[in-house]
Write a protein that binds this ligand. Structure first.
Ligand SMILES: *[C@@H]1O[C@H](CO)[C@@H](O)[C@H](O)[C@H]1NC(C)=O
Length: 142
């Protein structure tokens, strides 16, 4: 193969890739809230916003809670169907085992906006991480 054929091929491949990525409607979502541990603000807690996919979830945003335990995240993604965003919280409140405790919270579809800017914020309110959650698991890779 000549180098010009290779160039044409790689241009073709990359344009196909970018087309497939842009298929669907651009949708956006925002989430915020306050995390507590034993009624005190839980600061520096890792929170992640994911789009749930069949194979591998796509990370949309990642933050740490503030001094007062608050956080706010947002992200957008193109999908043919409505996106399935979820919030993951990774904490060690009342937990001294290995790794961290993970809490997953699905964001309702009513809070997904068509377009780049989220029209509303899904406010999870105050969550006390000391509580027992049914959706809680241990996570070592985050
Ligand atoms: C979350 O967002 C709502 C709406 O923008 C706002 O009123 C509220 O104060 C925010 N909460 C936090 C903890 O940032």
């Amino acid at each position: 193969m000549t180098s010009s054929t290779l160039l044409i091929l790689s241009v073709l491949v990359s344009s196909c890739l970018s087309i497939s990525i842009e298929i669907g409607n651009l949708q956006s979502v925002a989430v915020n809230g306050t995390l507590l541990c034993n009624d005190k603000p839980a600061n520096n807690i890792k929170v992640k916003l994911y789009e749930e996919e069949a194979i591998l979830d796509v990370l949309l945003d990642e933050r740490f809670t503030s001094e007062s335990g608050t956080f706010e995240m947002s992200g957008s993604k193109s999908e043919v169907t409505t996106i399935d965003p979820k919030l993951n919280i990774y904490h060690k409140c009342n937990y001294d085992g290995i790794c961290v405790r993970k809490i997953s919270i699905m964001i309702p579809p009513e809070y997904v906006t068509n377009g780049e800017k989220p029209a509303r914020v899904y406010n999870i309110g105050e969550i006390n991480l000391a509580s027992k959650f049914s959706g809680q698991s241990t996570d070592c890779f985050n």
